[in-house]
Design a protein around this ligand. Structure first.
Ligand code: F6P
Length: 593
């Protein structure tokens, strides 16, 4: 080949790459614009409901994800779905953590909203559905604030749903919550290299408490067909217990933490029981497809079941369960933003509170004090930054807000001690009489206070070693209506699958994290805006109403199909992706029987 031909080929190759890249960029920008336009337009209630119904029709027609259509998701959309597609359905939420805790304090009863992603996501949903929320009553004044049926109307001052409290003995709490849930399942599901502890006595307590909650669900159900939203790893056995007592209920279970691969899962002595329990659900949701796949693999490995991967369905013991990814989100628009002062005022008041000069760069971290959150790794990154770029000493402060959590467990006490020691050491090494690079506030903060801190920050660090989603990342993005601030986000948090414009980091790599910190510290306001804007669109368009709405639409589809089966006498059959055509598998089963 002549030089001329070779050069020509190169030119053509490069031009074709360039063209492809341009086409991809154009299509991304169109998609983004599409999303933005759809969301900027606020349709009337009827249009919203019509759009939601259209999603359902599309979904039923071709089995595609309900997420496919553009709808502005709001409390009204959820109410419409319930009214139109799940008429008379009573929504019951079950979680361990309650949304409102009453505690006795010196000056009377104090109300506490716990630091919990689960609570911040489920609370607006339960409000919108006017449902019943069943949870463990762990506050010291909880018994004083309920009626004779252990119920209290919430939110206080503006009640819109019922909180039904369940009481646990000290022994139950120790075994079920601290023991099996938090020393067993929590480390099992997170790759954070903390050894899970499995005790038979904890398992017994876990089973007994799940049964207690099943009794409460049955007691609270107004009819045979409630929609029960079971939350998290505290209740792996509950779905089947509900199914046995209320066979026509729709049970939607959401697993808020990662699901490990089947090799890791196999170390749990009660693995089959956990899987069987969960497969009592109509739908099991995870934050990411990866975790949904891990779950399906675990079932495949340990239970005699029928798995239809194309349909994301598992049939076990006469029950079919859909296994889907539903990425959780936050309320949008965040109601409390309207009550907060401007970003300038938040910056001034937070800097004033901590004695920081106006030009100090403020990095923040906000979470429960938990070993999965990578708090020590953040301190390492700061240490590394100061070692590599000493000119930043004195100019950056890292504020860690760490809500105390599970504090009686040894792993948590150890983490607390290590964080305190490392912070003191860094402050000794790099600080002065007037400067402490690390401020650690290990106490509970109200949501308004947390949002004030987000708005005051230059950088927010979310460096989880492993996390289902991580709503702090989304909250930070939502809090910054000034489109300023930089998000450093762990690649091991589910949120990194959606917030693509964050600075994505590996928290185990201190050198990489320090470079990302430097990039964040020196980022221009224009680039901050360029990155925040699409992330804000993403959270706005995929808010928590969409999360719940997608599951409710799926539930409506299942209910309709179940009703149809009852009428036609076909009984239980797997959901099919193929326009109600019975799958090959099902035909084979029918032919054999
Ligand atoms: O991340 C899992 C999770 O259950 C969250 O949903 C919730 O924010 C947190 O853990 C609550 O922890 P706890 O109720 O033990 O304080």
């Amino acid at each position: 080949m002549s030089d001329y031909t070779v050069n020509l080929l190169w030119v053509l190759l490069i031009a074709s790459f360039g063209f492809s890249a341009f086409a991809i960029l154009l299509s991304i920008s169109r998609q983004r614009r599409g999303r933005a336009t759809a969301a900027a337009y606020t349709p009337s209630e009827d249009v919203a409901s019509e759009a939601a119904r259209k999603v359902l029709r599309e979904f039923e027609k071709n089995g595609q994800s309900a997420d496919a259509a553009l709808v502005t998701w709001s409390p009204d959309t959820l109410r419409k779905i319930l009214a139109d597609d799940l008429p008379d359905a009573q929504v019951i939420v079950v979680s361990n953590r309650e949304p409102y805790i009453h505690n006795i304090k010196d000056d009377g009863v104090q109300l506490l909203v716990p630091a919990s992603g689960l609570v911040s996501a489920l609370e607006p949903i339960t409000r919108a559905c006017a449902g019943t929320w069943i949870a463990y009553g762990g506050g010291t004044a909880d018994r004083l604030t309920v009626d004779k049926d252990d119920r209290v109307q919430v939110p206080p001052g503006n009640p819109s749903y019922t909180l039904r409290r369940v009481w646990l003995t000290e022994e139950e709490y120790q075994g079920y919550y601290l023991g099996f849930a938090n020393e067993g399942l929590w480390p099992l599901c997170h790759i954070a290299f903390t050894r899970p502890v499995f005790r038979a006595s904890d398992w017994d307590a876990y089973e007994a408490v799940n049964r207690k909650f099943a009794d409460t669900v049955v007691a609270e159900a107004r009819n045979e067909r409630p929609i029960v939203l079971v939350q998290d790893y505290h209740f792996a056995l509950l779905p089947r217990m509900i199914r046995q007592r209320l066979p026509d209920a729709i049970v939607i279970t959401f697993w808020h933490i990662p699901w490990p691969n089947s090799e890791v899962f196999s170390i749990c002595p009660w693995r089959e029981r956990i899987l069987e329990g969960l497969l009592g659900s109509s739908i099991i949701g995870f934050h990411t497809q990866f975790h949904a796949n891990n779950f399906t693999e675990s079932v495949d490995r340990f239970l005699e079941s029928r798995i239809e991967r194309a349909d994301a369905a598992i049939s076990y013991g006469g029950q079919t369960t859909l296994v889907h990814a539903y990425p959780i989100s936050i309320e949008w628009p965040a109601q409390l933003l309207a009550k907060l002062p401007s970003v300038e005022e938040c910056r001034a008041s937070v800097r004033d509170r901590f004695g920081l000069s106006t030009d100090t760069k403020l990095c923040v971290g906000v979470e429960r004090l938990d070993y999965t959150k990578g708090i020590l790794d953040r301190f390492h990154a700061l240490d590394e930054l100061f070692t590599r770029y000493p000119e930043w000493i004195g100019k950056v402060v890292f504020l860690q807000i760490a809500a105390p959590s599970r504090g009686t467990l040894p792993a948590y006490q150890q983490l607390h001690d290590e964080c305190r020691r490392y912070a003191e050491e860094l402050n000794r090494r790099y600080g002065s009489e007037t400067y402490s690079p690390i401020l650690m506030v290990a106490e509970h903060h109200r949501q308004e206070q947390v949002y004030e801190v987000y708005r005051a920050a230059d950088i927010c660090m979310v460096t989880s070693l492993h996390d289902g989603m991580n709503l702090v990342a989304k909250e930070f993005v939502a809090a910054r209506d000034d489109e300023q601030g930089v998000l450093l986000l762990s690649t091991f948090a589910g949120a990194s699958r959606e917030l693509l414009e964050a600075l994505i980091v590996n928290p185990y790599d201190a050198a990489m994290m320090s470079e990302a910190l430097l990039q964040a510290l020196t980022m221009t306001p224009d680039e901050q805006r360029e990155r925040l804007r699409p992330m804000r669109e993403m959270v706005r368009d995929n808010n928590v109403y969409r999360w719940a709405g997608s599951m409710l639409l799926d539930a409506a589809r299942l209910r309709k199909r179940g009703d149809l089966d009852r009428v036609t006498g076909t009984g239980e059959r797997p959901p099919s992706n193929t326009n109600n055509v019975i799958s090959m598998f099902e035909r084979a089963r029918k032919a054999a029987s």
